[in-house]
Design a protein around this ligand. Structure first.
Ligand SMILES: C=C(O[C@H]1C=CC=C(C(=O)O)[C@@H]1O)C(=O)O
Length: 403
């Protein structure tokens, strides 16, 4: 099942009418070309005529140009259900070469329940699935050692910021039911974009880019705090966490690099670009982030796929300067990031679409899931603190997998 939704609105797709697998530095441009040609050859009857209506492709791109185990994918479903405000629409897409209406679309399951209706009838009611957890390719010790080395390299001037991640592996008694995992994420994280594309499932708080006509938006996050329930005792602790974050020089530095990277990448495409000077706090159930919403008007039409290719990798997941940070991550992290921290979302035939950064997510395959989480590292970062931050970020997916 393919999904991109937030607060009960979004797109859900089933079946596979077409699929592109692509890798390399030109993967976004190749995906944009493939999608443009496919749409140009399609016969479209679109009675609704809004963003996300008509042919739609779901995309999930690797962080690096290439991943040893995963390609970037663009998937065109056979059936798409769209929900926005007071509108709902259903699109059917017949694969090229097949007679219209054949093969028949798959029986339509209940879409992932929105927070308003958290128990979908299609998902089994038995939620018990015992999950055991193991360290991934990057152990806790290895992660702290990588952060310590990253701090040394930053202090010696090799970069200003790098983002280092680690992984965690879940094994369950029975296969994970992706619909249930999505329903839990959507219910618990209404401010996040819940997604499922080719086995990558999560709820990201970070919108890399939305294009709607000539208007673009981006929600940039970097800088994180969380409530340590073991030591923080009373009410007021949550407010103190927010205040502490808003005044933390280290977090504001991390955040500033991320905002600048997106603003600099978007500026050449925009006739107008508004970049707020001060971040605000985005409070989620498990963490609080510094958050800045950018908005702009495009100077000329570019597909969301091309724009996403220009903005990725932002300093929220890579670092500053981009090239040095990417090399340092490859040297220090010891992880194949696969599609974690890459763009994930959808594009329609007009080039409108929404792509988030694949965060707070995991690669689900049968009874196993590999979860990823990372942190921005600057000169003042401390390894134990960053390890604790990854644990706070993992909590979203851990909880959704456990029930
Ligand atoms: C890289 C991740 O988060 C990014 C987004 C928000 C806050 C971040 C931070 O404070 O380090 C990261 O830049 C992740 O969740 O794996």
């Amino acid at each position: 099942m393919l999904t991109w939704s937030r607060n009960g609105e979004g797109l859900t797709g089933w079946g596979e009418a077409a699929r592109l697998e692509v890798s390399g530095p030109d993967r976004f441009a190749e995906a944009a070309r493939w999608w443009r040609e496919l749409c140009a050859a399609a016969e479209v009857a679109d009675a609704v005529g809004a963003s996300g209506c008509g042919p739609v492709a779901f995309g999930s791109f690797t962080f690096y140009d290439r991943s040893p185990s995963e390609a970037s994918v663009l998937l065109v479903p056979e059936v798409v259900l769209g929900l926005r405000a007071d509108r709902a629409w259903l699109t059917t897409i017949t694969p090229a070469g097949a007679a219209a209406g054949s093969p028949p679309p798959p029986p339509l399951p209940t879409p992932p329940p929105s927070p308003a209706a958290p128990t979908g009838t299609a998902a089994p009611t038995n939620t018990t699935n015992t999950v055991t957890w193991a360290e991934g390719r990057v152990t806790e010790q290895a992660y702290m050692a990588a952060v310590a080395r990253g701090v040394e390299r930053i202090r010696s001037g090799d970069a200003a910021k790098i983002v280092l991640a680690r992984d965690l592996v879940a094994t369950a008694e029975a296969p994970f039911d992706v619909r249930r995992v999505l329903a839990r994420l959507a219910g618990r994280f209404p401010d996040c974009w819940t997604f499922s594309v080719d086995g990558l499932v999560g709820a990201t708080p970070e919108l890399l880019l939305r294009r709607s006509g000539d208007v673009v938006h981006s929600r940039v996050l970097a800088g994180t705090a969380w409530r340590d329930t073991a030591t923080d005792d009373a009410a007021g602790a949550a407010e103190a966490v927010v205040e502490g974050l808003l005044h933390s020089a280290k977090d504001r530095e991390e955040h500033g690099y991320a905002v600048r990277s997106v603003a600099d990448a978007l500026a050449p495409y925009c006739a107008e670009l508004a970049v707020p000077e001060e971040p605000r706090a985005l409070c989620l159930p498990n963490v609080v982030h510094l958050s800045t919403d950018l908005s702009g008007r495009l100077a000329s039409p570019s597909s969301v796929l091309e724009l996403v290719g220009a903005v990725h990798p932002s300093a929220a997941v890579c670092g500053t300067p981009t090239g040095s940070a990417e090399r340092l991550i490859a040297e220090l992290e010891g992880l194949d990031r696969e599609r974690y921290s890459g763009p994930v979302g959808w594009v329609d035939a007009s080039g409108d679409g929404e792509f988030g950064i694949a965060l707070r997510c995991g690669r689900i395959s049968g009874r196993t899931a590999r979860l990823f989480a990372g942190c921005g590292i600057v000169a003042d970062s401390r390894p134990e603190r960053e390890l604790a931050e990854t644990a706070a970020k993992f909590a979203a997916m851990r909880g959704a997998l456990e029930g």
